[in-house]
Design a binder for this molecule. Sequence first.
Ligand code: AHG
Ligand code: MN
Ligand code: MN
Length: 338
Amino acid sequence: MDHHGTTITQFISEEQRKAPGATGEFTALLNDIVTACKMISNQVNHGALVGALGSAGSENVQGETQKKLDVLSNEMFISCNEWAGHLAAMASEEMDDVYQIPDQYPRGKYLITFDPLDGSSNIDVNVSVGTIFSILRCPGGVERPTERDFLQAGTQQVAAGYALYGPSTMMVLTTGHGVNGFTLDQNIGEFILTHPDMTIPADTAEFAINASNGRFWEAPVKRYVDECLAGKEGPREKDFNMRWIASMVAEVHRILTRGGVFMYPMDSKMATKGLGGKLRLLYEANPMSFIVEQAGGGSITGRQRIMDLQPESLHQRVPVILGSRNEVERIQGYHADA
Ligand code: AHG
Ligand code: MN
Ligand code: MN
């Protein structure tokens, strides 16, 4: 089989078989997630041909305008994952409340949180988008999970992953034993292991931040970016390069591939609106932190490790600084100095 490539199903099954008492349920759950991502990939790929672009004319709980593909991806993710009996409930960036498994289906022992389509401002311009997910255990004895059951620290995640709909469609996954990447072979409809053991270089000369918010940043972030911009002549004594895709999945994927730092830090504009940050803890920050840490990188709010945060609400937002370990540690140091 190896000669022809390892499918994601084979890879996960073999990984799970190593765990004592594994029932195959987790493998089956991941298979359903994989199916959902293949369906979303197909819609994203066909874009304007199937009328999938543009606004849905509705708003989500965060007051953001939903794109047609945000809504469609959310529906596809639910319909692929609700019927099989592995999940007790789901929570999504695009749904106000916890999604209960309909009564006609059995309930399972896992919870899932997801961002059905990340980077959706990029849809209409045909730039990479993705799907992010995080799997938690449903607390024992809970029949009908509520918001409270989802409020688990990132360290409790059983698995996390993302699908990237880019020039090729990829799935990147961790179950807490490193990070592996798979590429969708469209001809056979299978994800094949192409990026085993992904690791983030500890050092980098590349950063990603939305610089249009520069005047709202806190001093430590401003200091870090200023020092990068000063290049060879500055205190860092080297030139830096900058990227901003506005799609967290694509930024994290670049960092997993060649290193870098991604920042959506706290700023005064968000503070005025009473927001804790831009990115959502349960749908974006925690799953990406799990993946980044498993690949040897760091992921913090500036002041503390993201995965140690005790979530306070389903749609909570947090500042995010993640990527190459030495740079993330430096930025944490600048926050401590301030
Ligand atoms: P989403 O499309 O799920 O709302 O998330 C978009 C997020 C993230 O992916 C990206 O890094 C950031 O928002 C982009 O923010 P700007 O619009 O400020 O560039
Ligand atoms: Mn998102
Ligand atoms: Mn989204």
